[in-house]
Ligand binder design. Structure first.
Ligand code: NAP
Length: 255
């Protein structure tokens, strides 16, 4: 823990914290002294392992199984976080692309589930944060970071345009909500990761995608998950206290 952050005992909610980018966000926030509610969908073992690996003397990590698309999810997640200590950070990181294909081959189920996880659940979790935080006593600085994607700009032609569309929605949400939330002392920002080495590509049906796409990118490699987590951790920190409504590309120069 760096000394400027000693004594952070507020709780951060990180969705999709069991692996990939989310696990590195959990690790960095726990190391900064936050308690972390690690929200995941299915992988009990992975979530418990990440929670054990990331917990620190000052930052307790608790794994919480909850499908973020469930009707009751936003309330359950914020209640569980409050059991640790007052939540002050929400990182909407959980995401899925569906199987890679041109749009004409995508099923309704794929399109609906991708929009549900990436966009609708993010909107509903942001709404829960606003309901709980906007009239609360002035307390710790509050902040939301949405993990979006550079796909919102590139459009992901031939791969998953429905996912790109959902992430573009996340970025519009970020822009608008930042203006609504600022008078309440709540900052709202997003990051657009470029292609990052995680298991999301194998689940999309192309296990080598990160290496292949990364090799053709300006820096000649994909991002490592911790390179995305570093940006998220900065955005929620006091060092970014005047950063609001920003959508930060962490994409190695891909536009
Ligand atoms: N990797 C990339 O190249 C890349 C690039 C740009 C943007 N991003 C974005 O970065 C974020 C993280 O991606 P990643 O690559 O780290 O993904 P990942 O390795 O596939 O991990 C996804 C995480 O989301 C959770 N999750 C998925 N659906 C869920 C649901 N319905 N309810 C609760 N949790 C759910 C998973 O938990 P369970 O497995 O337990 O369900 C897992 O913890 C996503 O928003 C993604 O769109 C990734």
């Amino acid at each position: 823990m760096d000394s400027t952050e000693a004594g952070n005992s507020t709780t951060a909610i990180v969705t999709g914290g069991s692996r990939g980018i989310g696990a590195e966000i959990v690790r960095r926030l726990a190391r900064a002294g936050h308690h972390v509610l690690l929200v995941y969908g299915h992988d009990d073992e992975g979530a418990e392992q990440t929670a054990a690996r990331c917990s620190t003397a000052h930052g307790r990590v608790v794994a919480f199984r909850c499908d973020i698309t469930d009707d009751e999810a936003p309330g359950r997640i914020f209640d569980a976080a409050a059991d640790l200590s007052a939540p002050s950070i929400l990182v909407n990181n959980a995401g899925t692309t569906g199987t890679i294909s041109p749009l004409h081959d995508a099923t309704d189920e794929t399109i609906r589930s991708v929009v549900d996880v990436n966009l609708i659940a993010t909107i509903r979790l942001c709404r829960e944060a606003m309901r709980r935080w906007q009239d609360a006593e002035i307390g710790p600085a509050r902040s939301i970071v949405n993990v979006s994607s550079i796909a919102a700009k590139t459009g992901s032609a031939g791969e998953y345009v429905w996912y790109a569309a959902a992430k573009a929605g996340v970025n519009a949400l970020t822009t608008g909500l930042a203006l609504e939330a600022a008078p309440h002392g709540i900052r709202v920002n997003a990051v657009n990761p470029g292609t990052t080495s995680t298991g999301i590509h194998a689940r999309a049906g192309r296990p080598n995608r990160a290496a292949e796409v990364g090799a053709k990118s300006p820096m000649g490699r994909p991002a490592e998950p911790d390179e995305i987590a570093a940006a998220v951790k900065w955005l929620v920190s006091a060092e970014a206290s005047y950063v609001n409504g920003t959508i930060l590309d962490v994409a190695g120069g891909t536009r």
